[in-house]
Design a protein around this ligand. Structure first.
Ligand SMILES: Cc1ncc(COP(=O)(O)O)c(C=O)c1O
Length: 386
């Protein structure tokens, strides 16, 4: 087996979840998904498709109707993107992996902004790339970008820059001027940008369209830019495995070939559900975002009131990422919290070595009182240790 595969680290989040396996009393906030089921009208669309007998292979790049629906949807948030720049994928993670397969050769240098969801740093390593991490800087519980450090790290020898904003786990978001500076720099160095914008709608700042700044707002159609998206978060569709990529038009045909060799296509009934989700976005996403904002505003002040906790209010995403003073080993702390307090959180060092001592709490909870219960468990656990 290839050494790069043998070297892949196992998920530390799974390691914590395994510590709570079989225990029904654990309040689990470790995974990045809501506990709310997909809206009925989206499920109905999938069931209608199956009832009609749509059980066959489809086009590699996705159903024309869905690519058109993504194009229209994107145009409501950003400058319009033509359907010939869009490929439908089997989830956001598949979109990201396809992009990395398309752009990265073994030995290429890839720069990633970290802490970040571990799949984003594992994918270039699977391709045999050399990974250079540029760390966000923690200060007072918030993580911020040293823009100059990032620009200095991206050189003509850098094939790909991977950036996820709004960011999992920190909630950090890129500003428009930062995006402009990064794009201008990457145009000079000839570096591709892979922007993971799956959390763009989970954005809590007051903006006209309730959407985080996107590279699509500043780039032109032929820039070396690929954007990864997902139905998982803004449409409550994690289990469906549906996402999409936006890329320069002359790349789409080649992406179709890669999809053929990875998954061949996303399943048709899932895509039918995707069409309905996009057409009726306003019946889902604004409510989901309002609810998540209420969850954030329930959890974050309670954590901030705890003496040992350092945490800034995240602008986007679905996570409270906090430092717990006096608990330097995140994995150890997260495992103990499961076993001793019945509280399931993700360890910070799953996302970057520099996030050792931090914990991630997914606040996407249908019933926000679970968050209060969780904070009480954390408080009692910390008090017993004092
Ligand atoms: C930053 C980020 N990108 C992409 C994804 C992929 O989502 P999915 O594969 O469910 O579409 C996730 C999921 O947690 C994520 O956190």
């Amino acid at each position: 087996m290839r050494q790069a595969i043998q070297n892949l680290e196992e998920s530390r989040i799974r390691e914590v979840a395994n510590a709570g396996m079989g225990r029904s009393d654990v309040l689990a906030f470790w995974f990045g998904e809501s506990d709310e089921v997909t809206p009925q009208f989206i499920r109905d669309a999938a069931m209608e498709s199956l009832a009609k007998g749509e059980t066959f292979y489809a086009h590699n790049l996705g159903l024309p109707e869905l690519r058109e629906a993504v194009s229209l949807y994107t145009g409501t948030l950003h400058p319009k993107v033509a359907a010939d720049r869009i490929a439908i994928t089997s989830g956001g993670v598949n979109a990201l992996m396809l992009a990395v397969q398309a752009l990265v050769d073994a030995g290429d240098e890839v720069v990633a902004v970290t802490p970040v969801w571990p799949n984003l740093t594992a994918q270039p390593l699977i391709m045999g790339a050399k990974l250079k991490r540029v760390s966000l800087q923690p200060s007072g519980g918030a993580w911020t970008l040293d823009l100059q450090a990032l620009l200095d790290a991206v050189t003509p020898g850098t094939k790909l820059l991977i950036v996820n904003a709004p960011n999992n786990p920190t909630g950090w978001t890129l500003s428009r001027p930062e995006q402009e500076a990064i794009l201008a720099h990457c145009r000079k160095t000839g570096t591709w940008i892979l922007a993971d914008e799956v959390y763009e709608r989970l954005y809590y700042e007051d903006t006209q369209n309730r959407c985080a700044p996107s590279f699509l707002d500043v780039a032109s159609a032929d820039d070396r830019l690929v954007i990864a998206h997902s139905f998982s978060k803004s449409f409550l569709m994690t289990g469906w495995r549906l996402g999409w990529l936006v890329m320069p038009a002359d790349m789409t045909h080649h992406m179709g070939k890669l999809i053929e060799f990875n998954t061949s296509c996303a399943s048709v009934f899932t895509q039918r559900a995707g069409v309905v989700a996009l057409r009726r976005t306003d019946e889902v996403t604004p409510r989901v975002v309002e609810h998540l904002k209420a969850c954030r505003d329930t959890l974050v002040p309670l954590l901030q009131a705890m003496p040992m906790v350092q945490l800034a209010t995240p602008k986007g995403g679905m996570y409270a990422f906090f430092r717990l003073d006096g608990h330097g080993d995140s994995l150890e702390t997260a495992k103990r919290l499961v076993v001793e307090a019945g509280l399931g959180l993700a360890p910070g060092n799953a996302f970057a070595p520099e996030a050792q001592g931090w914990l991630r709490w997914c606040f996407a909870s249908k019933d926000p009182s679970r968050l209060n219960d969780g904070v009480n468990r954390l408080g009692r656990w910390l008090a017993a240790r004092r």
